[in-house]
Design a protein around this ligand. Structure first.
Ligand code: OOG
Ligand code: NI
Length: 463
């Protein structure tokens, strides 16, 4: 029998092999990431593993996929459900991007600490929004919805196996093999010719819309390794002559603890794709949609921590608007140094980031009663705090990554009222609840605090 987490790990590994064959530059990215990680481990020792063991970090990937209809999204939820992955978070990239990115997204990932430690594979999953009149007029919307209704992304056999895996939380070896084969195949780039005129019609609205709704299949857009020093990785990729996007998205490189998520990518590559012209002839063409992203993960922040992050982003934006030509990264570093606590302890004390707590093995043992209050326990050495890794995404970074890799701006008509898609709507489309990432981190933190309270005889006193 193959358990869900083994299925998840095997799927991530096979997807990586498949994608490496399709996009050799991805393999370069993985190699460079591995070398950077080895160097960081050598230089920083155990400290480098504070946000995940080297085993976890080396195997860690996130994928990105894009689908067209609520029905397709529901099927994706069944396939990832088989792998023990749940939809977490709602990201509205229509609002986060300046150019036309007509999608809303969620991320499928494991949610329990133990499962994340076994294999944290996650997939950023975007759904096209044809009902949004800022992008699609009534005629194009109708054509698009008809086109999407006529395609099948996932064979029934794959979905049936997925349901069995989800129900039993495991699959017999032969079924597991078949499931993995079909699941990986569903995300391969299709060789079927692309209808050139239809693709171009959608591309005028948005390159993302064309990538999703211009073809009869789906594919993995990118697979992102995790790196322990993303600035160093950026330099090494650029030194190899690989064209990177202009920036590293997310928090700046600064003196304090790593927070949230920093991401960058190499630019979307021209990939050969067969094209069918209106007179029926098939020619060879190329499309530029898939890119190579890489990321560094930091500590998960609380709602207050996130509000601070968003406020600082705004501050940097304001500075940049006032001073054209400003070095954004340097400005962000200054802003962060002025506003963000520079130690984990202070982040914990101010309730800005999530930690799990354990009773310290070298705690005071002189019969004193421990103080009530986790901050005081930490300060007096009764407990230790371990940071929780940020397992999610950032809408503004995601929009930045989308945008940096689009060939054109597309078009959007902001005089139209946008169609309302929210987390509740997405839950309906998925047929399961979109989970709140803050609630998940908080649960992990609270469980550890309850355990500390029991061990120190402070039941009911640590809130
Ligand atoms: C997703 C873009 C966003 C991330 O990691 O934030 C993203 C896509 O291109 O489909 O990958
Ligand atoms: Ni990504």
């Amino acid at each position: 029998m193959i358990s869900q987490w083994q299925l998840r790990a095997a799927f991530a590994a096979r997807l990586s092999d498949m994608y490496g064959r399709e996009v050799p530059a991805y393999t370069t990215l993985v190699d460079v990431s591995r070398r950077v990680n080895e160097d960081v481990l050598r230089a920083r020792g155990a400290d480098a593993e504070r946000l995940g063991s080297v085993g976890r970090v080396t195997a860690e990937r996130h994928g990105a996929i894009r689908v067209g209809t609520p029905g397709e999204l529901g099927q994706v939820a069944r396939i990832f459900g088989a792998l023990g992955m749940c939809p977490v978070g709602f990201y509205d990239l229509r609002e986060a991007a300046a150019s036309a990115v007509p999608v809303v997204s969620t991320a499928f990932r494991p949610v329990e600490g133990e499962e994340l430690a076994r294999n944290p594979f996650r997939v950023f999953t975007s759904l096209l929004t044809p009902a949004d009149p800022r992008f699609f007029d009534a005629d194009l919307r109708a054509r698009l919805e008809t086109f999407l209704a006529g395609r099948e992304l996932f064979p029934p056999e794959l979905l049936a196996l997925a349901d069995r895996a989800a129900a039993g939380r495991e699959l017999p070896d032969d079924d597991a093999e078949r499931f993995l084969h079909l699941a990986v195949a569903a995300f391969e780039l299709s060789t079927e010719p692309v209808d050139k005129a239809w693709y171009a019609t959608l591309e005028r609205v948005s390159a993302v819309a064309a990538d999703i709704g211009g073809v009869r299949s789906t594919h993995i857009n990118h697979l992102t390794p995790r790196v322990l020093d993303i600035d160093e990785l950026y330099r090494r990729m650029a030194d190899r002559g690989i064209e990177m996007i202009d920036t590293i998205q997310g928090p700046p490189d600064w003196q304090g603890p790593d927070l949230l998520l920093r991401q960058t990518s190499f630019r979307a590559l021209a990939e050969p794709r067969a094209m069918r012209t209106p007179d029926g002839t098939v020619t060879s063409g190329a499309l530029r949609v898939r890119f190579g992203e890489v990321e560094a993960r930091g500590i998960a922040v609380t709602r207050n921590g996130r509000a601070l992050y968003d406020r600082l982003l705004d501050l940097v934006d304001q500075q940049a608007a006032r001073h054209p030509g400003l070095d954004r990264a340097a400005c962000a570093r200054t802003v962060w140094a002025a506003h963000v606590p520079a130690t984990e302890r202070e982040l914990a004390a101010q309730g800005l980031a999530y930690f799990t707590y354990q009773v310290a093995s070298d705690r005071p043992r002189d019969g004193r009663r421990p103080p009530a209050g986790i901050a005081e326990l930490l300060r007096q050495g009764w407990v230790r705090a371990e940071p929780l890794v940020y397992e999610d995404f950032l809408p503004r970074s995601a929009a930045g990554i989308f945008q940096s890799n689009l060939s054109g701006e597309g078009s959007r008509n902001d005089e139209q009222e946008g169609a309302a898609y929210d987390s509740g709507w997405l839950s309906g489309a998925l047929g399961r609840d979109v989970l709140d990432p803050y609630a998940l981190y908080e649960q992990q933190q609270n469980r550890s605090i309850a355990q500390v309270a029991r061990e120190l005889g402070l039941d009911g006193e640590l809130g």
